[in-house]
Design a protein around this ligand. Structure first.
Ligand SMILES: *[C@@H]1O[C@H](CO)[C@@H](O)[C@H](O)[C@H]1NC(C)=O
Length: 169
């Protein structure tokens, strides 16, 4: 019973998390996580200190525990640390901060965490729209060539689960 409701909740979350449209709540999500981790790592007294912020960004990005997507964000922000440190030092919330940084490198907000579907049953995937299934595949870097029927997209999502947590970059 419990697992059924968890799966249902996951399906709802998945459906909302991959909702297409311009207002994708997942926009900038990886950038936001990296920035929040950096903010959490800086002592209160140094939150407005740009050199300290740049140093903390460097330290965060040097961690070997980062996920592939976080490393990707680090790769993008490394050359623009100064552009990051300035709005950061103003205490800007991470969502606005990332939108600002996205102006320096427009790839930044497009980096999202991969959507895992391994715990979803086929009937849950069936509830998603084709657009959402396509979005999952785009996240995984695959294309369902020649696919027309929803069934085909669902099969492709199921067959590419191994790419969801991919370390590829
Ligand atoms: C990031 O920049 C690109 C290119 O300018 C833009 O298309 C995209 O909407 C921006 N994303 C956000 C969340 O601001």
């Amino acid at each position: 019973m419990k697992s059924v409701s968890i799966i249902a909740a996951a399906a709802v979350m998945l459906a909302s998390s991959v909702s297409a449209a311009s207002n994708d709540p997942r926009e900038c999500e990886v950038c936001m996580k990296v920035m929040q981790d950096v903010r959490d790592a800086i002592p209160k007294a140094d939150q407005t200190n740009k050199p300290a912020i740049e140093a903390a960004l460097g330290a965060q990005c040097a961690k070997d525990t980062l996920s592939a997507r976080e490393r990707k964000i680090c790769y993008y922000i490394d050359p623009i640390k100064r552009d990051v440190a300035h709005p950061f030092s103003l205490g800007m919330p991470v969502d606005r901060l990332c939108k600002r940084i996205n102006k320096s490198n427009s790839e930044i907000c497009g980096v999202k965490f991969p959507v895992k579907t391994e715990n979803l049953e086929k009937k849950d995937l069936t509830k998603l729209r084709v657009k959402q299934l396509k979005s999952i595949l785009v996240d995984r870097g695959v294309e369902c060539k020649g696919c027309v029927e929803k069934e085909e997209f669902i099969a492709m999502v199921q067959n590419t689960e191994h790419l969801a947590g991919s370390d590829e970059f």
